[in-house]
Write a protein that binds this ligand. Structure first.
Ligand SMILES: NC(=O)c1ccc[n+]([C@@H]2O[C@H](COP(=O)([O-])OP(=O)(O)OC[C@H]3O[C@@H](n4cnc5c(N)ncnc54)[C@H](OP(=O)(O)O)[C@@H]3O)[C@@H](O)[C@H]2O)c1
Length: 282
């Protein structure tokens, strides 16, 4: 199959794994990044911002754009509106100018019309920009995407190295992690499989696990202590002493939200089974 796929945010965790997967599958792709990255065999790299004048011409012929630019915490230089919403508007405009008919967007599991907090609201607005664009789309509402060096694993490993892992509240709230290799497979299916046209789908793995259980896997070494703190204390630290906080404000919002989804629907639409995350080596 001779297709070319464009990827924004290609230097991030999902982007890096997607590029490796597409390269292994011998699928041509064009990565758009802010900084230079090492080029893979089937890759064309473009260092550009999404508004650059010559970019549409350079993406002509791509079958789809996978829009992976996003942030999960705000700073004074990068807030949710300017990155998660405004750059999605630019991605939509880029598709139209370059004749790309399909956009694939990774949103968040739990995003919906009743959403109240900033990160989810920005994801919801980004979804709305895509839905009203007239482009074909697949919106993937992702739980934790895990693999080597995913942000949650890195965080828990770092805590383990410091001697203790923090569990905010009772830790009974659940996650439904999905392996990043499966995410890459799903994204490719979104490009090639019409069943995923104009759909919003949960991007979740086959198993749910409580946060406490997930975190304990990183404390196998008996010298690593599990420290439970009240949600009040965890939120207070995230708000007032963010540099000391094990989990940021929106990390907590997502974690304690206890969001789970429908992996069977994802499997049905994609036409393949997702891998068990229980086998993931730490
Ligand atoms: N990983 C998960 O578990 C998860 C779960 C739910 C949703 N998502 C969503 O999936 C997408 C990809 O996630 P990820 O884990 O790969 O995130 P990531 O590792 O943080 O990568 C984000 C990408 O966005 C780029 N980016 C950020 N701000 C930008 C800006 N102002 N201009 C241009 N590029 C910018 C980054 O570029 P630099 O490398 O130059 O910084 C990077 O390539 C994001 O939208 C995220 O919200 C991920």
């Amino acid at each position: 199959m001779e297709i070319r796929i464009a990827i924004t945010g290609a230097s991030g965790f999902v982007g890096t794994n997607l590029r490796a997967f597409l390269n292994d599958e011998r699928i041509h792709f064009t990565s758009i990044t802010r900084r230079k990255t090492r080029r893979l065999k089937f890759e064309k790299n473009i260092v550009s911002d999404l508004g650059q004048k010559d970019l549409p011409g350079r993406l002509r012929g791509c079958a789809a754009l996978v829009h992976l630019i996003g942030i999960g915490a705000q700073t004074k230089d990068a807030d949710y509106q300017s990155v998660n919403v405004d750059l999605t508007k630019k991605a939509v405009s880029l598709c139209k100018k370059s004749g790309i008919k399909k956009i694939i967007y990774v949103s968040g599991l739990g995003v919906g019309n009743n959403t109240t907090f900033g990160y989810f609201l920005s994801k919801l607005k980004a979804e709305e920009e895509i839905k009203k664009s007239g482009l074909d789309y697949t919106i993937l509402r992702a739980s934790y995407v895990i693999g080597r060096d995913d942000p949650l694993t890195k965080n828990l490993r770092k805590q383990a190295r410091s001697g203790s892992i923090l569990i905010p509240g009772d830790g009974a709230y659940r996650l439904q992690p999905i392996l990043v290799q499966d995410v890459a497979k799903v994204i490719l299916a979104c490009v090639t499989n019409k069943k995923l046209s104009k759909k919003t789908v949960d991007l979740v793995g086959p198993q749910t696990v409580s946060f406490a259980r997930f975190a304990r896997r990183f404390a196998r070494n008996e010298n690593v202590k599990i420290r439970k703190v009240s949600l009040q204390r965890a939120y207070f630290t995230a708000l007032n002493r963010p540099d000391d906080a094990a989990f940021g404000l929106d990390d907590l919002n997502i974690m304690v939200g206890d969001f789970t989804g429908n992996h069977k629907r994802l499997e049905r639409l994609c036409g393949f089974r997702l891998n068990s995350t229980g086998l993931l080596p730490l």
